[in-house]
Design a protein around this ligand. Structure first.
Ligand SMILES: Cc1ncc(COP(=O)(O)O)c(C=O)c1O
Length: 371
């Protein structure tokens, strides 16, 4: 039977992700628009971005937060190009984005002492191979496979190397053990449903120390440069961005941070995401034709929830099209390099009631395309 109730909001894309419940663009504080981002009004807004992010996330003392160009990719690349080189690097990758970082490290930076610890879609590599004397590069949540690291117990508290963590689909949706992480990156358009283009770069004091004591042998473009005369450009981490940001996106991000605060902080956003995963877990547990791509339940992502179906790849495409045409789910096809299946965003801006409403439609669509 065709379900009668549709999700109130059919946006389940894994990025840009759904706007928060109650979002209304007309309520944004737009007093910064048309002004210089270096004028007091713009600088104050950007400084609030840095300070409020640190406060809402509960970052340890001494951690810096900066707004950088080119979204999450820009933030990761800045870190890789500025910090890697002095130590061997252990790269853990298990899906497309992590593989992209490995490619950069090996083929662009051409580092020679690189350990490639990779795993296929659905699995995690052997994290315990991480060497505390090496730098470690990994993705907290593999957005294209729906596999996350279960924790950071495999990272040494007494490590000498740095941990560089692409956490763009994890921050605000998963518990982050900040003390284990020296560089963390994310963007505004994922868990908070903000706008694209800007990257967030979080640095531990040890990451800053690396920047101030190591100069890479390759040239660094201006948009990657975080030091001057061997010292961190602290102003970048106080709102004086390297180049011009969109103040409209800044206003939108500050609005999303206000929303996080209004619902009870990061604990609440983490809970919203794990509740969304629970709905899908219950559905999968009671339907034998749908499966998590993540093999181990402990590694299941609560944001990019990746599922395989007992269907041919073409039938999965038909199902995705059908649900789109019905207006019940947009953008839920698996990532282009990942195994055929569904990817449903369960980040904090998605309402549990909408995930609940979606499940019967997936069942209906499955029956339709299996006929
Ligand atoms: C894990 C991961 N890394 C990097 C990116 C690239 O992010 P951006 O488009 O913000 O640069 C994405 C985008 O989905 C991602 O999921």
């Amino acid at each position: 039977m065709k379900p009668t109730q549709k999700p109130a909001n059919p946006n389940f894309s894994s990025g840009p992700c759904s706007k928060r419940p109650g979002y209304d663009v007309s309520t944004l504080d737009l007093t910064t628009l048309g002004r210089s981002h270096r004028a007091a009004i713009g600088k104050t807004a950007l400084q609030r971005v840095c300070e409020e992010t640190a406060q809402v996330l509960g970052l340890p003392e001494g951690y810096r937060v900066g707004v950088v160009p080119a979204s999450d990719t820009g933030a990761v690349e800045m870190a890789l190009w500025s910090m890697l080189g002095p130590r061997p690097v252990d790269v853990f990758s298990w899906e497309s984005f992590g593989q992209g970082w490995l490619t950069d490290i090996v083929k662009q930076l051409r580092l020679e002492q690189v350990n490639d610890y990779g795993a296929d879609y659905g699995k995690l590599p052997e994290l315990n191979l991480a060497d505390p004397a090496h730098d470690i590069v990994f993705t907290w949540n593999g957005t294209t496979s729906g596999v996350k690291v279960p924790n950071a117990d495999w990272i040494s508290d007494t490590r000498e190397g740095l941990t560089i963590c692409d956490a763009t689909s994890a921050v605000f949706a998963m518990e982050m053990p900040w003390e284990k992480l020296d560089v963390v990156t994310f963007s505004w358009q994922k868990v908070l449903g903000g706008e694209g283009a800007h990257g967030m770069l979080i640095l531990s004091p040890r990451a800053v120390e690396r920047l101030e004591t190591y100069t890479p042998p390759w040239p660094l473009p201006k948009i990657f440069r975080m030091t001057k005369g061997g010292k961190l450009i602290e102003d970048i981490f106080k709102g004086a961005t390297i180049n011009t940001p969109s103040m409209l996106c800044v206003a939108d991000y500050l609005d999303s941070l206000n929303w996080v605060k209004s619902i009870g902080g990061v604990q609440a956003t983490v809970r919203r995401s794990s509740d969304n995963l629970s709905v899908i877990e219950q559905f999968v547990a009671t339907h034998d034709w749908i499966h998590f791509l993540a093999e181990d339940p402990a590694n299941r992502s609560s944001t990019s929830i990746c599922l395989t179906l007992s269907l041919e790849a073409d039938q999965v495409k038909q199902l995705v099209k059908l649900l789109d045409a019905e207006g019940v789910a947009y953008d839920i096809g698996a990532y282009r390099d990942a195994p055929a299946g569904l990817r449903i965003w369960g980040g904090a801006t998605v309402e549990k009631t909408d995930i609940e409403a979606l499940m019967p439609w997936i069942e209906w669509g499955y029956r339709e395309v299996s006929r």
